[in-house]
Ligand binder design. Structure first.
Ligand code: 4NP
Length: 152
């Protein structure tokens, strides 16, 4: 199984939710020993912080605890350490070149494009309301189920 890194801007909302859901699905499938999963941010502005309280709350409602996660910035090393780097929006992909090495073997893609060929963003819920976090969860969950099916 390939290693997977989810990337968003702050690493406190979308990518920690994606990481949490994917870890949950992978564990449910009994595959947690075979798959390296992590998340990172395009910026270091929230480095060391736990996920946003609204992200924690929505995930908790679905029985998934992400309180142990801490925001970290994406690094050049990630392009060697992960097979698959999946970005939540086009802006995240554009910002990768700040740290992306000239040569690497990682596959970099827009998350929803990689999963189902739709060149769509997972919109940033940070400036929205709790309903936007519910929408993020609803968007991520089936896509992560599809990702697991694709990878196994
Ligand atoms: P994320 O959301 O990229 O899904 O973690 C954001 C979190 C923080 C900010 C923007 C987006 N911010 O500007 O601080």
């Amino acid at each position: 199984m390939p290693s997977v890194l989810f990337v968003c801007l702050g690493n406190i909302c979308r990518s920690p939710m994606a990481e949490g859901i994917f870890r949950h699905l992978v564990a449910e499938a009994g595959l947690d020993d075979t798959l390296k999963i992590d998340s990172a941010g395009n910026s270091a502005m929230h480095e060391g912080e736990a996920p946003n309280p609204r992200a924690i709350s929505v995930m908790r409602e679905h029985g998934i605890d992400i309180t142990g996660q801490r925001s970290r910035p994406l690094t050049s090393q990630d392009f060697d350490d992960f097979d698959l780097i999946l970005c939540m929006d086009e802006g995240n992909i554009k910002r990768l070149d700040r740290v992306e090495p000239e040569n690497h073997n990682a596959t970099v893609d827009l998350f929803l494009n990689h999963v189902n060929g739709t060149r769509e963003d997972v919109p940033d819920p940070y400036y929205g309301h709790i309903s936007d976090y519910n929408a993020t969860y609803a968007r991520l969950y089936p896509a992560l189920q599809a990702l697991l099916e694709k990878l196994r």
